[in-house]
Design a protein around this ligand. Sequence first.
Ligand code: PFF
Length: 445
Amino acid sequence: MAARGEFSSRTAFVLAASGSAIGLGNIWGFPIKVASNGGGAFVFTYIILTFLLAYPILMAELVIGRYAKSDTVRSVNAVSTPGFRPLAFLTGYWGMLTASLILSFYAIVAGWMVSHGIGAVAELLGQSQTWFVADSVARSILFSAVFYVLTIAIVANGVASGIEKWSTRLMPVLILLIIALIIYIAMQPGAAEGWRVYLQPDFSKVLEPGLVVDALSQAFFSLSLGVGTMMIYGSYVSKSENLPKLGATVAGMDIGIAVLAGMLVIPAMYVAQHNGVVIYDDAGNLIESGRLIFNVLPSLFDTMGGAGAVVAMLFFALMSIAALTSSISMLEVPVAYASESRGIQRKKAAWLVGSGIFAFSLVIIFNAAWLFDWVVRIATEFSEPLIGILFCVFVGWVWQRDKLLQELKQGSPHVERTLFWKIWPTYVKFVCPLIVIGLLIRSFG
Ligand code: PFF
C-alpha cells in the first residue's frame, strides 16, 4: 500500500480543516438563522455552544484520527475494545454514510451557486443569464456534475497535492472576497438597519427551544462534526503538532467567518428591503432561505447598475469556493476508506465513490423537494449529533485513558499544565453526551 498522506505544515492543516468547516453553513445558513432568531441573541448562543460543545467534540475526532492514522472505520476500531467492536463498526460506517448523504444535497446547492456565478459572468459579457439562474432540472444536473468533477479531481490527487494544495490556495481568496463584499455592501443605503439587527441581541429569545436547537445543529454542521471529516483530517496531522491549539484555531476561524458572513448577508438583506424587495412576510417571518439567496440577493445586485454583475459574480464565487473546500472533506471520508480498508487505488476510489454519490444526487434532483428535505434532516438533525455522542463515548468510556492522554501529550509536552487537560477528558465523557441528548430530546419532543 502507498504511504499515507500527511499535511505538510500546521498552516496547511488549519486551512484545510477550516476549509471543511467554513462552507454554505457559514455563509448561507448562519446569517439566515441569525435573521430569523433574534439577531445577536443567536450569535451569542451559537458562540457559546461552539466552545462548550462543538470544540470538545472536534477534539475527540481529531485525537482519535491522529492516534490511529487511518480511515475513519479503522480509527474508531483502533480506540475500541473487542466488546465494543460492533459499535465501532456501526459508528464508522454510519459516519461515512452521513458524510455521503450530506455531500449528495450539498453538491446540488453548490451547483446552483456555480451556475449563478456563471450567469453573472454571462451578463458581464453582454449575454443573457436567464438559463443559468432559472430553476430547472437540466441546470441542477449539469452544475452539480461540474461541482462533483471539481471535488473528485481534487480528492483523487490525495492529501498533499489535492486537498492541501487547493485549500491553501482557495481559503485566502475566500477571506479577501468576503471582506471586499462586506465593505461594498456597508456603503449602500439601508445597510445600517441590517447592522443594527445583527448586533443588537434580543435576549428574550436566548433560551427559546427553537433558537437553542438551531444553534446546536448549526454548531455541529458548521464544524463538520459527527461524520468523520475532522477525524480523517486529524489522521493527516503530524505527531509533532499541538492538537488542542490546532482545534481551537479551526473553531475560531469557523466562528470568525460565520460572524463576517453575517456582516455581509444581513446588511445586504436590508439594502434589498430598502430598495423595495420583501424580506419578511406579513406574519413577520423571514422569507424562505432559498428565495433569499437566489432571488432577493440577485434582485439586489440587479439594482446596483454596472457594479451589480461584478458583485454577483464575486458573491457566488465566494459561495462556490466555500462549498468546494467543504465538499472535498466529505468525499475524503469514504474515499480514504475505499483506498485504505478496501485497497482500491485512490484515483479510482475517488471517481467510483464520487460517481456513486452523484447518482444519489440525481435521485434527489428528480424527486425534488421532499427527498431533499428528508435527507437534510436525517443527516444533520439526527445523524450528526448522535454520531457525535458515539465519538464522545469512544473517547470517554471505551478508549484506555492512558493511551488517550499519551496521544494528547504528543506535540504538546506542556499540555498537563493546561485547563484543557484538567477538564476535557471528563467533560467529553459526561457533559457533552448529556447536553447533546438533552437538546435532541428537546428538539424532537
Ligand atoms: N461545515 C460545512 C459548512 O458549514 O457548510 C458543512 C460540512 C462539511 C458538514 C463537511 C459536514 C462535513 F463533513
